[in-house]
Design a protein around this ligand. Structure first.
Ligand code: SF4
Length: 269
């Protein structure tokens, strides 16, 4: 894959704190689309809210029905503390109303934090800014599609999390929460049909690779990096979560190497 950095992407890599040793092909953004999120009504007193069984049939829902199912979901105790569900955002405008956005890239993170819970959008705040820098360095962004390389097809990028509701105090997701929420991400992936998935952080890697990497729950993230995995036939590249990279500046270069691996895999015929 031929990689050529333009000045903007060099600036983005500088923002990431990454020393440039590869070249990224300049990009053409074909259009913008608004963020997609369904907001639930903020509830002042959550003590009366109870956990209820998840609505059946997520595996056959269309995009709009899936958004609504997440917005209404009370399938785990995280519903009690949330202000908004965070379904995801990004991709290109679909050709027909009601269809999922067009997204060749899917970025999967862990769970909403405080600011995501307030806004209903994924990856806002400092970690989100770093993710934006990483995406721009790759010629992507969360709202627009981009073209990579001469004559290659336009692409969109979509951002989603394993959990759609914020764990209190930004604690780690619990197994039952991940199990209850998993059908939503699974259906998102089925509908989006991305050409590649970037799994950011340990929980995203575990959620996507538990069928293909038997010991994924005991492996450190570093052991999952540097190779292309598979989720139901879709290539998956694992990298660090941007929130971690904000604390571990020395690992930004490794994250850039992961992004280069993903770009290379994406460009493979
Ligand atoms: S985290 Fe997922 S399963 Fe739990 S209430 Fe929110 S949408 Fe439902």
């Amino acid at each position: 894959m031929s990689l050529t950095l333009d000045s903007r992407q060099r600036a983005m890599l500088k923002e990431m704190g990454v020393k440039v040793w590869s070249r990224v092909v300049p990009v053409q953004a074909p259009g913008e689309r608004a963020a997609r999120t369904v907001r639930t009504t903020p509830t002042a007193d959550t003590s009366a809210m109870v956990v209820q069984p998840r609505v059946a049939g997520a595996e056959t829902m269309d995009w709009a029905a899936l958004q609504q199912a997440v917005a209404d979901c009370r399938a785990c105790a995280l519903c009690n503390g949330r202000k908004h569900t965070v379904f995801g955002m990004g991709g290109l405008e679909p050709p027909n109303a009601g269809r999922p956005p067009v997204a060749n890239w899917l970025i999967v993170g862990e769970a909403p934090g405080d600011q995501e819970d307030l806004s209903g959008l994924p990856f806002v705040g400092p970690a989100g800014q770093l993710l934006d820098s990483m995406l721009k360095a790759m010629g992507l962004d969360r709202k627009r599609g981009a073209a990579v390389g001469d004559g290659q097809a336009a692409q969109g990028s979509y951002i989603a999390n394993v959990l759609k509701c914020r764990p209190p105090s930004n604690r780690n997701p619990e197994g039952e929460e991940v199990a209850q929420c998993a059908p939503y991400l699974r259906r998102q992936i089925e509908l989006l049909q991305p050409r590649i998935i970037l799994a950011m952080g340990r929980f995203a890697a575990q959620a996507l690779l538990h069928d293909s990497v038997p010991d994924v729950h005991s492996l450190p993230l570093g052991k999952l990096r540097g190779q292309v995995h598979s989720y139901r036939g879709i290539p998956v590249v694992v990298t660090y979560h941007p929130a971690y990279l904000l604390r571990a500046l020395g690992d930004k270069a490794k994250a850039w190497a992961d992004l280069c691996l993903a770009m290379q895999r994406f460009s493979d015929p």
